[in-house]
Design a binder for this molecule. Structure first.
Ligand SMILES: NC(=O)c1ccc[n+]([C@@H]2O[C@H](COP(=O)([O-])OP(=O)(O)OC[C@H]3O[C@@H](n4cnc5c(N)ncnc54)[C@H](O)[C@@H]3O)[C@@H](O)[C@H]2O)c1
Length: 270
């Protein structure tokens, strides 16, 4: 399905994630996209078959999208989807909003085919990973279209259990933030050890970029790649002993993921 011709699309919210996905659909040769976004910045998305309108009322008359993608903040979902239900007869509804459940969406798109998904920002460079779940009774062709739209920006895993979306949001949805924090912390620690600022930044960035590329290119798991860096009685062993002291890093990561998972569930309950 990933090479299939994409139908006209309606995108609600052309912010960070919406615009990243739009770039992927453009690469796949989508013919027409209407983006609803009242923000001035979204105007930059217009051109080459993409129209940007400020409200649902301004969607061109007769426009019949094959999919409606919901990419506004969960807190504004209620107001933002008002008036969109009329598209649900023809279109699959794909939501990427954190914590917004299929049940909630079914209340706003009665009888609609709904797919709930959680992508991440590496989608902007087509290196994302999205986990998605289709609502009950979504026809295979609509499910496949949703998968193709999400697959335009990276890997996709379809699952059957919607409850998985909360920990997925914590792990891969927010995951890039934890990696970028690592870059920030590495840079700060380098500065503290007297490395000049421009070199500290270069070292921190390229270490994470290079490590990710090595992981991608290698057939070895992460722990083997870690061991390959860690010489017995060497410097890395000393550093890892600090990070793992009292299970500091494992414990912090466990608590962080549990906290984000709980927040995703909170968003779901309103
Ligand atoms: N940023 C991430 O890492 C990430 C990852 C996965 C999922 N998500 C989900 O994607 C959604 C969008 O997040 P984002 O980071 O792109 O946010 P964002 O703030 O960058 O984008 C939201 C966009 O919605 C627009 N908007 C506001 N009100 C609107 C309305 N009534 N109608 C249409 N558009 C409206 C804003 O102008 C903005 O451009 C959220 O629900 C979030 O949970 C985000």
């Amino acid at each position: 399905m990933t090479d299939a011709v994409l139908p006209p699309l309606l995108l609600l919210g052309g912010g960070k994630m919406g615009s990243a996905m739009l770039a992927g659909w453009r690469e796949r040769g989508v013919s027409r996209v209407v983006v609803i976004d009242p923000g001035a910045e979204a105007q930059a998305l217009a051109g080459d078959g993409v129209e940007v309108v400020p409200s649902i009322g301004a969607v061109p008359a007769g426009f019949a999208p094959g999919a409606v993608i919901l990419a506004v903040k969960p807190q504004m979902a209620e107001a933002a989807v008002d008036g969109l239900a009329r598209f649900a007869g023809e279109a699959v509804i794909v939501s990427i909003m954190a914590g917004i459940t299929i049940n909630w969406l079914a209340g706003r798109f009665p009888g609609g085919a709904i797919v709930r998904a959680m992508p991440n920002t590496p989608a902007a460079v087509r290196q994302g990973i999205t986990v998605a779940v289709a609502g009950a009774g979504v026809a295979p062709a609509r499910r496949a279209l949703a998968e193709a739209l999400l697959g335009a920006v990276g890997d996709v895993a379809m699952v059957d259990d919607e409850a998985l979306l909360d920990p997925v949001t914590a792990v891969s949805g927010g995951g890039p933030a934890y990696v970028f924090l690592l870059v920030e912390l590495l840079e700060a620690a380098a500065l503290e050890q007297g490395i000049p600022a421009d070199l500290a930044r270069r070292l921190a960035r390229q270490t994470v970029i290079g490590s990710a590329a090595l992981l991608a290119a290698s057939d070895q798991p992460a722990d083997a790649l870690r061991r390959a860096v860690t010489s017995p009685k060497g410097t890395t062993e000393r550093a890892l002993a600090v990070l793992m002291d009292d299970a500091a890093w494992p414990d912090a990561m466990r608590r962080a993921i549990a906290a984000a998972t709980a927040r995703s569930r909170e968003l779901a309950s309103g």
